[in-house]
Design a protein around this ligand. Structure first.
Ligand code: ADP
Ligand code: UVW
Ligand code: MG
Length: 397
């Protein structure tokens, strides 16, 4: 019996979606809306071997979700037989450590958590509301980015701040992109034909948002994002790590409010802040055209990443595989190349021509002599979300 599930993955700059039927191989439809909120957005919808593309500006995720629904209406498949919808929901806080069926109380809690994920929970809530309007009679399930990191040891998730304050306000490292880090670390073990339980893996999820995790035997032991998805690596528009003294300094020196500083760090920093471009494709073009600011921005991005990789090798006590995934990790050889070259002293050796190969398949881009396997593994958050959705609705049937 056909039981398609609709999966909506609202990222900060994109919406990825799939219609998946667990009884069928491969998705029935797959699509992506990109560059939401930028000068021009795109939507690509793929069904039964046909591809549909439109260039339209979507100011926000509500407009983008409406366009996704329109694609289904115009080009199919019919959404009438959908049995459930799975939504990527970034911040679960301490309330949600596993996937849940969405009701009004869940939405209210997600709204409360919006302050902690201002670029993510509001789009996810917009996606949930829009999808509930189109498909009011089926269960909607929230799958949390934070869930995979609920295993972090206390020494990794505790901030060195006033313990009572931390307890009262739930201040700790939560970690994000967990569905992807979990999926990709399992895929790495499969690709290497080694038991997950014996593998030390570092996963670099480099998209518009970016995070890195240390996974020991399938269990996450550290990750770069924190209380919010702002901490850690350099991202498209987010600063990642800065001196915690910065808000106070800007408050005094530039008379910026806390909220202005927060907006600056989330939306006007990272690659966009340093060189005016948030998209690694544009940054590549700019560097080729001699833009020195773009080159500096890439150098900062690579420097930060190399530092985290070195730190996670130390925390893991060694590493078997370093994995690149998500938009930048899967596609940007001009990011992977400089990172691996700088890790040569630690036994990493890049196969330069393998690094340039374009593919949607998992692949090894290290030389046979490299002490660490360097892999590119396309993430598939939607497939992992489908499994979660089935588990939640299965338990309720
Ligand atoms: N062909 C490519 N070359 C370089 N970078 C790319 C390419 N395709 C996508 N990207 C990068 O991937 C990013 C989007 O990654 P993605 O994982 O889809 O992000 P998110 O889920 O956070 O919206 C874009 O901002 C762009 O920088
Ligand atoms: C949590 C996060 O940063 O997600 P995204 O990469 O989709 O923006
Ligand atoms: Mg993403």
């Amino acid at each position: 019996m056909s039981q398609p599930i609709l999966l909506l993955n609202c990222g900060s700059s994109s919406i990825k979606y799939q219609l998946l039927d667990p009884s069928q191989p491969g998705p029935q439809a797959v699509g992506i809306v990109q560059r939401i909120g930028q000068d021009m957005s795109t939507i690509d919808h793929e069904v039964g071997g046909s591809e549909y593309h439109e260039d339209i500006r979507f100011a926000d995720h509500t407009e983008a979700v409406a366009a996704v629904v329109k694609m289904f209406v115009e080009h199919g498949p019919d959404l009438d037989s959908v049995v459930a919808v799975g939504h990527r929901t970034v911040h679960g806080g301490s309330t949600f450590v596993e996937s849940v069926r969405i009701d009004d109380a869940v939405i209210a809690k997600l709204e409360e958590l919006s302050d902690l994920a201002p670029l993510h929970n509001p789009p996810a809530i917009a996606g949930i509301r829009a999808a509930q309007e189109v498909l009011p009679d089926v269960p909607h399930v929230a799958i949390f980015d934070t869930a995979f990191f609920s295993t972090l040891p206390a020494e990794a998730y505790t901030y060195a701040i006033d313990a009572e304050l931390a307890e009262q306000y739930g201040i700790r490292k939560y970690g994000f992109h967990g569905t992807s880090h979990s999926y990709v670390s399992k895929k790495a073990a499969e690709f290497l034909e080694r038991p997950l339980t014996e593998l030390k893996t570092i996963v670099c999820h480099l998209g518009n948002g970016a995070s890195i995790s240390a996974v020991d035997g399938g269990v996450a032991i550290d990750t770069s994002m924190g209380l919010t998805p702002l901490q850690g690596l350099v991202m498209g528009t987010r600063s990642g790590d800065v001196d915690p003294g910065l808000p106070k300094y800007l408050n005094v020196a530039a008379r910026m409010s806390v909220s202005e500083v927060d907006t600056m760090l989330n939306k006007k920093s990272g690659m966009a802040g340093m060189c005016g471009y948030s998209d690694m494709r544009d940054i590549k073009t700019q560097i080729e055209e001699g833009n020195e600011q773009a080159q500096l921005a890439l150098d900062v991005y690579v420097h930060r990443l190399v530092g985290y990789i070195g730190s996670y090798i130390a925390i893991l006590g060694g590493v078997d595989a370093l994995v690149f995934t998500a938009g930048v990790g899967e596609n940007a050889d001009h990011v992977r190349g400089p990172v691996i070259r700088r890790l040569e002293a630690l036994g990493f050796e890049l196969d330069e021509s393998a690094n340039l190969v374009r593919s949607k398949e998992p692949r090894d881009i290290s030389t046979p002599g490299s002490k660490v396997r360097v892999l590119v593994i396309p993430t598939n958050e939607e497939l992992a979300m489908a499994e979660e959705t089935l588990e939640v609705i299965g338990a309720e049937f």
